[in-house]
Design a protein. Structure first.
Length: 318
């Protein structure tokens, strides 16, 4: 018994391929042959007689037909395999994302056809889309977490963590280049009275509005932060004590003049801040500057509130 011919071997392989496979006339783009997998996908039955002599582009989504035809022409002109993606219309009207491998096929009779191996990648594309969506959602969550890690949730100002990080960086820079920086420490006067009289929701709203007022007074280079409770702090790069005092007075005056809800019911008939300031290099470490500003704020409290107190300018020994 003689060995099977190359044509017989190919025919057997063609029929057994699990991927839909078509043989197409490159001139007319008509289907010359279709394996059972292609017949089932495109016609819903495995004999495929109705596929033969149909133009293959009939089964391609209209928006992809031009690119589909170009891919076949390129494959024949250059006589090499070409891979591309397109969408086919299935027998039930659904579309199928497909990876198509086109390659010229020379028959024994001298005829040349184009072989199209069509692999269904619908699930793969859907999975890739889901992964992309999940990655986008993860990026959004990470961005929100990044904001939450540096931002006070109630007021939108920098939180203590972000403030301390920025202050440490500014201290290193100021020390290296012999530049000043200042801290403005603010405490809301009679906040317990406000909360007890108006409720904690009203107190939270007061803190939000107060944060906006403080922010509006600052330069772009300043960093206002909520230090905790009703305490706020402002980092002022390259500003000495005199400059910080000017900004602190502006904050105090603007808060005093702002028409806060229930403000007239506060002691003194208004919402106010007690403020302390201190500067580097008047104090030689970051902790010393912070402590000096805090203590100056308490002096403002003890001296009647609604005032600015500057820490002594005499440097503290390191």
């Amino acid at each position: 018994m003689s060995a099977p011919s190359q044509k017989a071997k190919y025919s057997d392989l063609f029929l057994r391929l699990m991927d839909a496979t078509l043989l197409v006339d490159p001139e007319t783009l008509k289907i010359v042959d279709a394996n059972p997998a292609a017949c089932e996908a495109l016609e819903g039955k495995r004999d495929g007689e109705t596929l033969l002599q149909s133009e293959v582009v009939r089964f391609v989504v209209e928006a992809h037909q031009g690119e589909f035809e170009r891919a076949i022409r390129i494959a024949m002109r250059r006589y090499h395999t070409r891979k591309f993606e397109t969408q086919f219309i299935l027998h039930d009207g659904r579309t199928m994302d497909a990876e198509v491998v086109t390659c010229p096929l020379a028959l024994e009779e001298g005829q040349e056809l184009v072989q199209l191996i069509i692999r269904d990648v619908t699930e793969k594309k859907a999975a890739e889309s889901r992964v992309t969506k999940l990655l986008d959602e993860l990026k959004q969550v990470n961005a929100k977490l990044q904001i939450l890690s540096t931002q006070d949730e109630l007021t939108g100002l920098a939180n203590v963590r972000a403030f301390k990080h920025a202050a440490q960086q500014e201290f290193v820079r100021a020390k290296r280049y012999r530049l000043p920086f200042s801290l403005i420490f603010c405490d809301l006067d009679h906040f317990k009275f406000y909360n007890d009289r108006n409720g904690h929701q009203a107190g939270d709203q007061l803190l939000k509005v107060l944060a906006d007022v403080i922010r509006s007074c600052c330069r772009e280079t300043d960093l206002p932060a909520r230090y905790g409770g009703e305490e706020f702090i402002v980092l002022c790069p390259q500003v000495d004590a005199e400059g910080a005092k000017v900004l602190a007075e502006r904050i105090r005056e603007r808060v005093e003049a702002h028409p806060f809800i229930h403000g007239k019911e506060q002691p003194g008939g208004k919402v106010s801040l007690s403020i302390g300031i201190a500067a580097f290099p008047d104090y030689q470490t970051l902790d010393q500057v912070l402590e000096a500003a805090d203590q100056a704020m308490y002096v403002s409290k003890q001296s009647g509130r609604n005032r600015v107190t500057a820490a002594a300018t005499k440097a503290v020994a390191a």
